[in-house]
Write a protein that binds this ligand. Structure first.
Ligand SMILES: [Zn+2]
Length: 372
């Protein structure tokens, strides 16, 4: 790249050159490998790279062997490779005692009675067994030479308030914190909180949601978990980053993520405008908050949610099928970059239609920081 720039400097002068060679950093969330052969995977990764993707956040389960095999092919295609592994959400697993799952304000276990959807089986971040399970999991994957980093996801509590775009889907109006979605009220969380503050949060019942110290206590539980996992991953010489909710104003309110305080190498906020009933310009507004929340000290990659069937978007009620149209993706990319994002991350390349890729290509080969 340096050579090309130098050549251009001589031949064309710097302005015309930087237009041609500049490209913004692009990541993508994807996963597998299912039954795909090595050649099929390599063809897919080579295609992603040719389209402008620089690195993958790859969801391949818990087995280090899968990351070794897939990682070698991602590297061969010339991309970075991060293992995307959910953190606090864990399905039934012989390595995880049922005692480790979180309890809601009604005293119900997230394992026995998960909120919203069956897979919402969240662990309690207070329990030491939760940490030791996660430590072993991430350490095992981080030792794989082909891995560049660990990408945390669901590193949070269940949504105590659901994004407004999802209220209709679940038939809810979430004007306050309701007990069945409010976690964790296990003896270990409430006992430690009482020891620290003298407040018996269980005795307050519905008024518990007004107690600021109780909110902060739970932000800190997640922040501490991230800090401990960061030490484990950094000790293996690898990066650690995370998919987070937007903000962190929204992230704190909905899922108790105070991610601006986390010890990470980068953050990937899921700036999924349709979930908040907002247009593509909102992505730039929230990126501005995100970049200033980390004081510009770490990279913010703006996560973009792509509409898989653009022609059906207006008829779809489920926001999972909404997302950026081909006509909106340029706005989301440009406003992200103009507000200080380091790059973007696509959810997902598989959802992109040819018209998306066309608009995407025009938007990524630009120098948004050029002083002219
Ligand atoms: Zn707990």
């Amino acid at each position: 790249m340096k050579k090309i720039v130098l050549l251009c400097l001589v031949v064309f002068g710097i302005a015309s050159c930087s237009e041609k060679v500049s490209k913004i950093p692009v990541y993508a969330w994807t996963g597998g490998p299912g039954e795909a052969s090595d050649q099929e995977l390599l063809d897919k990764f080579t295609d992603f790279k040719a389209k402008g993707i620089d690195g993958l956040m790859y969801n391949g389960g818990h087995d280090p062997k899968t990351y070794k095999r897939v990682g070698a092919l991602v590297k061969e295609a010339g991309m970075e490779f991060h293992a995307w592994i959910p953190t606090m959400v864990q399905g039934e697993n012989p390595k995880i005692s049922k005692e480790l799952y979180a309890w809601n304000r009604n005293g119900e276990s997230a394992f026995e009675k998960p909120a919203y959807v069956n897979y919402y089986k969240f662990l309690c971040p207070s329990k030491e067994g939760t940490y030791t399970f996660l430590e072993e999991l991430y350490k095992g994957v981080a030792t794989v030479p082909e891995i560049d980093g660990i990408h945390l996801d669901y590193i949070r509590f269940p949504d105590v308030i659901l994004a407004e775009g999802l209220w209709d889907k679940y038939g809810l109006v979430m004007d306050k914190e309701y007990p069945e979605y409010d976690y964790c009220y296990c003896d270990s969380c409430t006992g430690t909180f009482k020891d620290q503050t003298g407040i018996d949060i269980k005795a307050l019942e519905d008024d518990a949601q007004q107690v600021q110290e109780w909110k902060q206590f739970r932000y800190d539980l997640i922040t501490n978990m991230v800090g401990r996992l960061a030490e484990v991953v950094h000790a293996e010489g690898k990066e650690i980053n995370a998919a987070v909710f937007p903000g962190p104003t929204i992230a704190k309110k909905l899922v108790r993520q105070e991610w601006n305080k986390w010890n990470l190498d980068a953050v990937y906020p899921m700036n999924y405008n349709d979930f908040y009933l907002k247009g593509p310009e909102w992505v730039g507004d929230v990126v501005q908050e995100e970049v200033s929340a980390v004081e510009g000290l770490k990279p913010v990659y703006s996560g973009l949610f792509i509409c898989p069937n653009p022609q059906n978007k207006t008829q779809e009620n489920d926001p999972e099928n909404h997302g950026l149209l081909p006509s909106e993706i340029e706005i989301a990319i440009r406003t992200s970059m103009e507000n200080g994002a380091t790059g973007i991350c696509l959810f997902t390349p598989e959802r992109m239609k040819p018209a998306h890729w066309e608009a995407f290509e025009k938007a990524i080969y630009k120098d948004y920081f050029k002083q002219e």
